[in-house]
Design a protein around this ligand. Structure first.
Ligand SMILES: [Zn+2]
Length: 377
């Protein structure tokens, strides 16, 4: 009897599910992308001649100059998607030479504090190291993953192996695939191939896998998992900069722009995502710019390396940028003159783009960017 009731209940639930996807068809999705330590200077103005001419950071100046400096529009040559569709059909903010200001509000100006601020909507000065410590703060990913209709529909992919700690996957239940860790075996040949390449390709850095692996993993997730909130965290740009390799930093920026364009194209070609997905692209910190090689480093005068060297190379590395595009985004919105947008406003903007405003979900988070969110069209 119990079995019969159970079977009837299962049949009923199954039939309800079968006719329920109305919400799933219409609801909004968000793809959040971060590009670690990519400066606004390159995003808006392309490669910097001064650094290309510096043989201590650029190995192939003729090649780099031809690819990134000689084109009529150097910014579009470096990052055609950000400076093209994203800027013209959405928002691209943070070009300080044009009076547009974006920054991190945390006092440290390096990765974990930056990602914590972006994802939790609040700067936490106590997050003062990149160590693999479980984040005590709750991210927007965790908040959304707890909601009906979103549970199990949030995914994160990162090149840096600290992301499982930043997102606190133990507590949040948000699946995070990051660093040199293979994807779970799902029986698909494409997953097995990606895992095989990831684990057998020579490694540039111990804790950061090459972005191509993160990107392909995110594409597979878009295709098969259909997350409603997807976070993709590319990492190469920061590490090539720390390596004082401007050639590789620039080519990585160009590749990442193409990755972002592919995420967008993939979403727009899938009825599940097309016309109801907001793409947000930003960075966790800027880089120094004042002194000759300051570009290789970042961090505030609070940070240990700065105190140790007695240098001020990191000045300006609180300066960041952001791009947004999608049905909820007001085309051409920008920070008001004299105002600066903060990375702590991104979490609330994500909630708004998912139609989760006014729910008091993240009371500690800063408000969404003013004038950016409109009604879906
Ligand atoms: Zn760094």
């Amino acid at each position: 009897m119990i079995r019969l009731v159970t079977a009837t209940a299962v049949a009923l639930i199954t039939s309800l599910w079968a006719c329920a996807p109305a919400w799933a068809q219409d609801d909004q999705k968000v793809i959040l992308v971060t590009v670690d330590g990519l400066r606004w200077q390159e995003v808006f103005h392309g490669a910097e001649a001064r650094l290309i001419d510096d043989e201590s950071v650029t190995d192939e100046p003729d090649d780099i100059r031809a690819r990134y400096l000689e084109p009529a529009d150097p910014a579009a040559a470096l990052m055609p998607f950000l400076n093209g569709p994203m800027a013209s059909q959405g928002v691209l903010a943070g070009d300080r030479l044009a009076g547009s200001c974006m920054r991190v509000t945390n006092p440290h100006w390096f990765s974990y504090p930056g990602y914590n601020e972006i994802l939790t909507g609040r700067a936490d000065p106590a997050i003062d190291s990149n160590d693999k410590r479980l984040n005590p703060n709750v991210t927007v990913l965790e908040t959304v993953n707890r909601l009906d209709g979103f549970r199990g529909r949030v995914r994160a992919f990162g090149s840096w192996d600290v992301f499982p700690f930043i997102i606190n996957t133990e507590r949040s239940g948000v699946p995070v695939n990051a660093g040199y860790s293979p994807l779970p075996d799902d029986g698909r040949p494409e997953t097995a191939m990606l895992n095989s390449l990831m684990m057998t390709t020579p490694r540039q850095w111990a804790g950061v896998r090459l972005d191509a692996f993160t990107h392909q993993a995110a594409l597979l997730s878009l295709k098969h998992d259909k997350p409603r909130l997807l976070y993709v965290a590319y990492g190469e740009t920061d590490d090539f900069a720390h390596d004082a390799d401007y050639d590789a930093y620039l080519t990585s920026a160009e590749r990442t722009d193409a990755f972002i364009a592919e995420l967008w194209r993939t979403a727009q070609s899938d009825p599940f995502y097309a016309g109801k997905t907001t793409l947000i692209v930003t960075t966790d910190h800027g880089r120094g710019s004042r002194q000759r090689r300051a570009w290789t480093a970042h961090g505030s005068s609070e940070t240990a390396w700065d105190r140790l060297t007695g240098q001020d190379w990191g000045r300006g590395s609180d300066q960041t940028w952001i791009g947004l595009i999608g049905p909820h985004i007001q085309v051409g919105a920008s920070p008001a003159p004299g105002q600066c947008w903060g990375a702590d406003q991104i979490a609330a903007t994500i909630l708004g783009a998912l139609d989760l405003t006014g729910e008091g979900l993240m009371p500690m988070a800063s408000v969404a960017f003013p004038g950016v969110l409109n009604s879906p069209t």
